[in-house]
Design a protein around this ligand. Sequence first.
Ligand SMILES: Nc1ncnc2c1ncn2[C@@H]1O[C@H](COP(=O)(O)OP(=O)(O)O)[C@@H](O)[C@H]1O
Ligand SMILES: N[C@@H](CCC(=O)OP(=O)(O)O)C(=O)O
Length: 373
Amino acid sequence: MSAFREQRLPPWRRAVLKVGSSLLAADAHGLSPRHALGLAQFVSASRTQGREVVIVSSGAVAAGRTLVPRAPEAGAPMAARQALAALGQARLMALWQRFFEVPVAQVLLTHDDLRNRRRYLNARATLLELLRLGALPVVNENDTVSVDELKLGDNDNLAAIVAALVNADVLFIASDVDGLYSADPRLDPVAQPVQATLGVSPELMGFAGGAGTRSGTGGMRTKLEAAARASAAGVDTVIFNGTRQDVHRLLAEDRLLGTRIQAERSRPAARKHWLRNAPVGGALAVDAGAVEALRTRGASLLAGGVREVVGEFARGDVVEVRDAGGGAVARGLVQYAAADVRRIAGRHSRDIDLLLGYNYGESVVHRDDLVLL
Ligand SMILES: Nc1ncnc2c1ncn2[C@@H]1O[C@H](COP(=O)(O)OP(=O)(O)O)[C@@H](O)[C@H]1O
Ligand SMILES: N[C@@H](CCC(=O)OP(=O)(O)O)C(=O)O
């Protein structure tokens, strides 16, 4: 089996780092700082360079297992595993906090939260606020309620969704192998390392083995699914060996020993593609000043420029922005439900709190969530 060659990574500003149970509970005696320390040093070095990191960490079930006598074995009823996750999650957070002076913030998400647009927006706003505050978000699945997800044990895909959610440049997936090979290196001694690829082709997916094998139900398969998902959102994926201190140190210098999966399109292009193709929930008619601000200044749409609300939509739906003549100007993800926009239309952003009793920020459609037509 030949080794990976060192390659340079493009500089990044924001990343998601996924750390699996196999690294945090490598010896089956609950959580261990052995590999987490080196990964934490990579995170600290990145933060010192002014970069932002969100950790997606598994390990709650493994940690919980050591906290109770006669812990349920694999195959036990779902509630038993969920109880273990609830027990172990506090330990998992404590493990990460040990390595950092800045506070870590626990964020528990279900796949359902991320499918529902309103909750998606709320999760995103909270994560971005945590980063703004300089905290270190540590995300895991909310295993207590996400039955199917616990069964799948799929934090790789969760990490990819979080990477798209926070608009990360790159998703780092720490594994217990050096990277992706042409076949499972534990089974195939002549497996070849995959240094770099563009997107995830069906051939690449085949490298992870078919369904029914160990690798088909976890292992590299979910990592490649995650990479495909990240690629579609314009996020690069890096798969590296989380057990090797030398690899951690190199990563902090943008040098990689591992696999780089480059996104097939840029993030703005991915976002625009998604906005152009999403179903439209309603429309906002805006005044000439707002059209001008969107078109020439790349500004967000503020409540003050909204003249009329057409149809019913929820926070997080895609709406069409129209000029006074009814011409389509833009499409974007709306921050307020139709009933709320009706109440704040034509008013100054600072009055939103007074008018609604809460606010989701000053823009009705944020510029990052907007595509001009
Ligand atoms: N093509 C492949 N290249 C590299 N590893 C593979 C491949 N196919 C299967 N694997 C297996 O995937 C494992 C890594 O996944 P896994 O242990 O599930 O990680 P985690 O617990 O971090 O999600 C490796 O140890 C390896 O045996
Ligand atoms: N959420 C669960 C594990 C989920 C999971 O995806 O685990 P892994 O395949 O080790 O990344 C936990 O914290 O134990």
